[in-house]
Design a protein around this ligand. Sequence first.
Ligand code: ZN
Length: 174
Amino acid sequence: MEGELLRILIAPDPLLRRKARPVGPGDADVVRDLVPRMLATMYRAPGIGLAAPQVGVGLRLTVIDLQREDRREPVVLINPEIVSASAETEVREEGCLSLPDQYADVARPRAVTVRYLGPDGVRRTIEAEGLMARCLLHEIDHLDGVLFIDHISSLRRNMILRRLAKAQKEKAQA
Ligand code: ZN
């Protein structure tokens, strides 16, 4: 199982800042191979969402699962698009597997509607609010090279990036 796990890129890796391209028919094999590995990597981390750019793959693909271990309910979103977002926002503490142990309060729309393709190629629409809406917006941001720290003040962002660099350096020396 270990071999199937993917390495999660850590900020400020430049690959996290690249805009991912849409998944096309020619990517079917890659997606079929990647989805179970992304899910396994996310569960192992553990996290509730993982986008392909976070594992160095520049495709518009993300996986989300808000459920507990005993009742997994993975959502696989290919080429997700935000159809609408509520004007009403909500502030909540957010983190990211690419910025381990760093958290900040982030304001995001309280509700969103997202259109996407399922892994079976079927077009779907999801209407979400609260944590699921936040997670969808966070993961779709990744596909555009955007991180949650881009939604906070530059002062706080730089503080987080400095703290992260220090922690990574200590980890490398340990
Ligand atoms: Zn993230």
